[in-house]
Design a protein around this ligand. Structure first.
Ligand code: NAP
Length: 288
């Protein structure tokens, strides 16, 4: 299906439909301005809201969701809400408690997508595999109870994904850092081969790739803004980009990525851009 707008959805393995563009909430403040930002995002057309307990703003994100539904005459099913269990809450029981807290903060009965935020890795613990599997089993239990519509992981590379492949339900989503200048080829291939949908976090390199001369030059040729070119590049890789913007103009501009197509040559050019700055995080080199 040709995607025409942010609300157009693609199917996850279990049939749950996920919107093709998401709105990031990391570093939105823990104050009422976040309610306004969420309302502006929904008004602009975003239907996927990407949150996490670690962002320490879920109460205001939840309030924003509630107000946005009212203001836009939408039903709960029109929105797709994501949260994530943080590193310090890994393990079966702690994940269950963390999930309850997130749902209380968001004031929701059902979550659309719940992710393990970061994997435990061998560099930090010999128990990494058991910890990830225990955490994953909690997500499976919540999924089977009907409190979550889809479950997945974030920042998992093939080595950590493989350890979940023998469980009862395999991840439906992997949310990874994805932007020009970052090679995630191995994870992309693994996920596509196992029908795991990829979401791209920090798709604009935290704003730092927007001024890249190659990006600016190509964006001018297409008559679009650099951020729009970058987000379109992710979309054409079949990655769901999750840009964050608090500036109302950015927030609206970033939804306008469905009416142009990047040529295969330009896709290749952007694919081969070198890594520019040190704002990438390799999950296998986590320090805590
Ligand atoms: N799973 C994970 O481990 C993980 C980690 C990090 C992030 N994430 C998710 O990914 C989301 C996005 O990542 P991010 O917030 O780190 O970075 P990002 O979306 O790559 O970049 C956000 C920055 O770009 C600026 N920006 C946005 N649109 C722009 C435009 N059209 N023109 C110029 N500047 C623009 C924003 O400025 P303004 O705010 O001023 O508009 C902000 O400074 C997060 O919010 C979060 O939901 C997930």
């Amino acid at each position: 299906m040709k995607l025409k707008q942010a609300s157009d959805r693609v199917a996850l393995r279990n049939g749950t439909m996920i919107p093709s563009l998401g709105f990031g909430t990391y570093q939105l403040p823990d104050d009422p301005s976040t309610v306004d930002t969420i309302c502006a995002a929904v008004k602009a057309g975003y239907r996927l809201i990407d949150g996490a307990a670690f962002y320490h703003n879920e109460k205001y994100v939840g309030e924003g969701i509630c107000r946005a539904l009212d203001e836009n005459e939408l039903t709960r099913d029109d929105l797709f809400i994501t949260s994530k269990v943080w590193k310090t809450d890994r393990g079966y029981d702690k994940t269950m408690r963390a999930f309850d807290q997130t749902m209380a903060d968001l004031k929701l009965d059902v979550l659309d997508l719940y992710l393990i935020h970061w994997p435990a890795v061998p560099r930090l613990t010999d128990e990494w595999e058991a910890i990830n599997v225990d955490t994953w089993k909690a997500l499976i239990a919540l999924y089977k109870s009907g409190r979550i519509r889809a479950i997945g992981v974030s920042n998992f590379k093939p080595a950590q994904l493989k350890a979940l492949m023998d469980t009862e339900v395999i991840p439906m989503v992997d949310q990874i850092q994805f932007h020009p200048g970052l090679d995630q080829d191995e994870t992309l291939k693994f996920c596509m081969g196992h029908d795991i949908v990829i979401e791209g976090w920090r798709p604009l390199g935290k704003g730092q790739i927007i001024g890249n001369p190659t990006i600016v030059e190509r964006a001018n040729r297409y008559g679009v803004q650099p951020a729009q070119l970058i987000l379109r590049w992710a979309l054409q890789h079949r990655v769901i980009p999750l840009p964050k913007a608090s500036n109302p103009k950015h927030l609206v501009d970033n939804t306008k990525i469905f009416d142009f197509e990047i040529s295969p040559e330009d896709m290749h050019l952007i694919d081969s851009m070198p890594k520019e700055a040190d704002y990438t995080h390799d999950p296998e080199y986590q320090t805590e």
